[in-house]
Each structure stands twice: as structure tokens, then as C-alpha cells.
Design a protein around this ligand. Structure first.
Ligand SMILES: [Fe+2]
Length: 187
């Protein structure tokens, strides 16, 4: 769990004091990642580390483009020297591709190798089942809350509206894989 501790301590130092709600959210996303461990095998530790660090792009020290997935991945790559697969999961989490397109940042996102689809599904599930303050969330309600919070003029609203069907499909795939993994351990 060395990678997880490293990611935890780094994220805590970036978010805990200045953005305590974001830190609480990150901790919930991490605990949700732990619930997926049986379905992820060898990648469980990588996903857990990416989960705790996924929102470091909101930290003052990381903000560059304003697209927090890209900023977080760049910070992890350039400042923290993180593993490239971890950077990719952070770069592509949740609605990142749609937000990058809206902002004309496809090239910046393209600095990162696409993360494996199973890991993108998993980080998206963890993010969407965690509220902005760190409680458990229903994914459909969480997406509605995001749309309400930003409003139709905002880039996040447009990106999440376009992404919603795929984001919900990711959640469904993760729930199915987790159920299959649990079934396999008892049979
Ligand atoms: Fe998040």
C-alpha cells in the first residue's frame, strides 16, 4: 500500500487545509475504490491511489488550464513524478473528455495515454457515488446536482449533459463487474 500512502499524503497536503470539502470528497472516493478491489485484482492499489488523488487539480498549486482533470494529471506527472497509469486515470476521470472538448483542450488531454476503460469506469463510479462533501451519493442524483450547481451557461453543465448517458453506463458496468466478482468468491 506504499503507493496509496504516498497519494494520500500528497493529496492531504494539497487539499485538506485549503479545500476541506474537496478533501472529504476525495476520502469518500477512496473508500468507494476499496469496495471495488475484488473486481480489480492487481489494479486495486492503483485505482485506490488514483481515487484519493483524482481531484488534486483543484489545488492552488496545480491550477493551470482550469480543467481540473488535466491540471491534476500534469501536477502528478511534472511535480510529483507519479506513475503514468495513475496520471492517465486522473486525466480521464468522469467527464474529462467532454470538458476538454468544450474548452478546446483536447491537445492537452492528449498528453496522456488513454487510461484502460475498466479503470475509467471504476474511477467514474467512485466519483459519482460520492457527494461534494464526502457522503455517499446516488449517481443519477449526483449528476443532477452537478447540472443544477453549474447552470446551463457553464462549460461543466454542457459537458456533463453530453456525457451523462456514458457516465451512467460506466456505473452500470462497474456494478455488474463487482456483483460478478463477489459471486465468484462465494462459488
Ligand atoms: Fe471528484
Amino acid at each position: 500500500m506504499q503507493l496509496v500512502k504516498w497519494a494520500h499524503d500528497l493529496t492531504e497536503s494539497l487539499l485538506a487545509d485549503s479545500l476541506p470539502q474537496r478533501w472529504a470528497h476525495s476520502q469518500r472516493v477512496y473508500s468507494q475504490a476499496l469496495t471495488l478491489a475484488p473486481a480489480l485484482g492487481d489494479d486495486a492499489e492503483l485505482l485506490a491511489a488514483a481515487a484519493i488523488a483524482h481531484d488534486v487539480g483543484y489545488a492552488q498549486a496545480a491550477v493551470e488550464t482550469g480543467q481540473h482533470m488535466i491540471d491534476g494529471a500534469r501536477y502528478l506527472r511534472d511535480v510529483a513524478g507519479a506513475d503514468s497509469r495513475l496520471c492517465s486515470i486522473v486525466a480521464f476521470h468522469t467527464s474529462s473528455s467532454w470538458e476538454a472538448s468544450e474548452l478546446g483542450l483536447d491537445g492537452a488531454l492528449g498528453e496522456f495515454e488513454p487510461a484502460e476503460p475498466e479503470l475509467v469506469d471504476a474511477i467514474t463510479y467512485c466519483d459519482l457515488t460520492s457527494t461534494p462533501t464526502g457522503d455517499l451519493a446516488d449517481p443519477a442524483e449526483r449528476l443532477s446536482e452537478v447540472l443544477e450547481r453549474y447552470g446551463p451557461e457553464h462549460v461543466v453543465f454542457r459537458a456533463v449533459s453530453a456525457a451523462r448517458p456514458e457516465l451512467m453506463a460506466r456505473v452500470t458496468r462497474v456494478q455488474r463487474r463487482r456483483a460478478e466478482a463477489v459471486y465468484a468468491t462465494f462459488n
